[in-house]
Design a binder for this molecule. Structure first.
Ligand SMILES: [Zn+2]
Length: 155
């Protein structure tokens, strides 16, 4: 990796890695648990190893970093170095996300994506709003949905 990644890109990558298990993500988890939702972390038996899986509701929740998953939002900035390298990599991640959703649906599961920008950055939502929208989705039986930063929230 040392020969293909410059310092700025490396720090962006590390920031992306550190965004797992962030405080806001843990706050959402703990709030859902306190509301009586029971989940398992990173179930290997499921496509995409969801961050949270709710077997009783056949519901999977992913918390996606906006850079790695190529989100169309202010937290995503295309790297200025080796843009083609990153474009291919991020396109591959997006394609894999789509495949995972399809495989989950085929297995009778539904999926919610909570985007990083809903949890941090200037467009973040109140943690209570993220939790309330996630809880509403879990109860609703709705198929694929997502929660993103900005005024619109769930979409
Ligand atoms: Zn985003």
């Amino acid at each position: 990796m040392a020969d293909v990644v410059d310092d700025a890109t490396r720090s962006r990558m590390m920031a992306g890695i550190r965004s797992r298990n962030t405080r806001p993500e843990l706050a959402v988890r703990h709030a859902l648990h306190a509301m009586g939702f029971r989940y398992r972390l990173h179930m290997r038996e499921l496509p995409g190893k969801p961050d949270m899986a709710f077997p009783g509701r056949r519901a999977a929740v992913f918390v996606h970093g906006c850079f790695w998953h190529g989100h169309d939002c202010p937290l995503f900035r295309a790297p200025s170095t080796r843009p083609e390298f990153w474009r291919v990599k991020i396109d591959r991640n997006r394609a894999r996300d789509a495949t995972v959703r399809k495989q989950l649906a085929e297995a009778g599961w539904r999926a919610l994506t909570i985007w990083e920008c809903a949890l941090k950055g200037r467009d973040r939502l109140e943690p209570g709003q993220v939790m309330a929208e996630a809880a509403a989705w879990l109860r609703s039986g709705t198929g694929f949905s997502e929660i993103r930063g900005g005024r619109h929230g769930i979409g």
